[in-house]
Ligand binder design. Structure first.
Ligand code: SAM
Length: 468
């Protein structure tokens, strides 16, 4: 597996921390399938780390059987959905490309894996434990044994648009300014960042706002990790969004980290839950039923051929609807890499990240676990919240352009009259180009949910549209 490199050195202050962006633009060379592990009666995620584990080399590239996964990486772009994700596939390894044989479970199949025992659990439960379980450093000295995101700063492992350039925070500040006008300049203007990481976006937006508005802003970071040292006192830190928000709720790369269950179609075309152990070995559990099956029928109807996988977005729908419900008047915005009903990846998109590398999704607390977001399903769930208006889905490229982010190069003439200004403008243009690159961050999707106000991100007078 190649080490992921920053795509370009445009103003990142992360000291060379690799980007998940490059994990897609430089496709990982890891294999795409699980490899056989007969000792366990299950399978272990294979791929690039197989060699390190002394694997048998039985991994199979997803493209060999003509099927694809969603592109790996924290960035996805329309039209670039070649297979790079690293989720394991339940298989006996010998039947690469063909239907996987179900292996007997130790305790019998279960509906969702929760009661499987023997260390087996559904992916939702396993990821919840791996990412957010246990104690965090905030619980006191010596308790820093919690899940990945309780211990680790996201920026230490991957780069989001927030880290890529301060222009992202500038655009969010512009959105807040427009919203402030639409709300009639309320005395208190809420700015709530859900999945705030270490509060970097809030700090950037506050710095980008004019003082007359910044003074009225009530900033709140919503995070499962502990409050970091050095955050300004005025920024509230909370495990849940406050109720009755008047203003902007913004969630960049939050929903992809909301754990979900994974299913796989068996040799007969029956969808079954995928169970996983902490070492990443997988096997099939019980058949999918109830609301899980109903969600898949509605939102992921393409999953059915033997070996195909899908990820049940119910948890993300509920999380998003819950966030929208906290907005009394204003906007809720989710930004993430996504797929739509007609473009779901046949092999799913679950993958892992650690130290900037795309790795097998092993739920041992040692890596980020992420899967693309069914944003259309989230949009429907948010729109069903009482008081919510019509949601808008648009690419980050379109959203940022509507907010004034401009990737055009400065005129050459400026280089002669103001060389330093020219270089600054050139650097800014490079950062804007990265944020709006359709093959990178620009391909992210913005889900914009207005509540009681017209959306300040609606298409302009030119009639430019970017329909859901
Ligand atoms: C990929 S990071 C994104 C961080 C930041 N928004 C950025 O763009 O750089 C996802 C963050 O969401 C947080 N998170 C996930 N689920 C959450 C929840 N239910 N409530 C609050 N934070 C959550 C994680 O702890 C993690 O810090």
């Amino acid at each position: 597996m190649r080490r992921v490199r920053p795509v370009c050195g445009t103003g990142s202050d992360l000291g060379g921390v690799p980007s998940r962006l490059s994990a897609r633009t430089v496709p990982p060379v890891r294999g795409e399938r699980c490899e056989t592990d007969d000792r366990a009666g299950g399978v272990a995620p294979g791929g690039g780390r197989a060699g390190a584990r002394g694997g048998s080399g039985a991994t199979v590239d997803a493209e060999r059987d003509g099927r694809t996964r969603a592109p790996g990486g924290r960035v996805r772009a329309p039209g670039a959905r070649h297979g790079t994700a690293t989720g394991g596939r339940v298989t006996d390894g010998a039947s690469a490309g063909g239907p996987a044989e179900e292996r007997p479970t130790e305790n019998g199949p279960t509906e969702n894996g929760a009661a499987a025992g023997g260390g087996w659990a559904g992916w939702r439960e396993a990821a919840e434990r791996a990412l957010y379980g246990g104690a965090s450093a905030s619980d006191g000295p010596g308790t820093d044994t919690g899940g990945f995101f309780l211990r680790e700063a996201p920026a230490a492992h991957f780069r989001t648009a927030v880290h890529a350039s301060p222009l992202f925070a500038t655009a969010v500040a512009e959105l807040l300014l427009r919203l402030d006008e639409a709300l009639g300049r309320p005395p208190v203007l809420d700015l709530v960042d859900v999945g705030a990481g270490r509060g970097e976006l809030l700090a950037g937006v506050l710095a980008a706002l004019p003082p007359r508005v910044a003074d009225r802003v009530r900033p709140c970071a919503v995070e499962r990790a502990a409050r970091p040292a050095g955050l300004p006192d005025r920024v509230a830190w909370s495990a849940a969004p406050p109720a009755g928000i008047t203003g902007l709720l913004f969630a960049n790369e939050w929903l992809d980290n909301v754990p979900l269950d994974v299913v796989e179609s068996d040799g007969t075309g029956q969808l079954r839950h995928v169970l996983v152990r902490a070492d990443g070995r997988e096997r099939r559990g019980g058949p999918v039923g109830g609301e899980d099956a109903a969600w898949l029928r509605r939102w992921w109807p393409s999953c059915g051929s033997p070996g195909e996988r899908a990820e049940i977005g119910l948890t993300r729908d509920a999380a998003w609807a819950g966030a929208v419900a906290t907005v009394r008047r204003g906007l809720a915005v989710a930004v993430d890499y996504s797929h739509a009903r007609t473009t779901r990846p046949p092999l799913g998109s679950l993958t892992g990240y650690r130290d900037g590398r795309q790795v097998a999704p092993v739920p041992d607390g040692g890596c980020d676990l992420t899967a693309h977001v069914a944003m259309d399903a989230c949009a429907a769930a948010g729109a069903a919240v009482p008081g919510a208006g019509a949601p808008l889905l648009l690419t980050q490229r379109t959203a940022l352009r509507r907010l004034g982010t401009d990737g055009r190069r400065p005129p050459l003439e400026l280089a002669r009259t103001d060389p330093a200004g020219y270089l600054r403008a050139l650097a800014r243009a490079g950062e804007a180009a990265e944020l709006t690159d359709p093959a990178g961050f620009g391909g992210f999707e913005w889900l914009v949910q207005p509540v009681g106000v017209p959306s300040p991100l609606a298409a302009g007078p030119t009639g430019e549209t970017d329909p859901a």
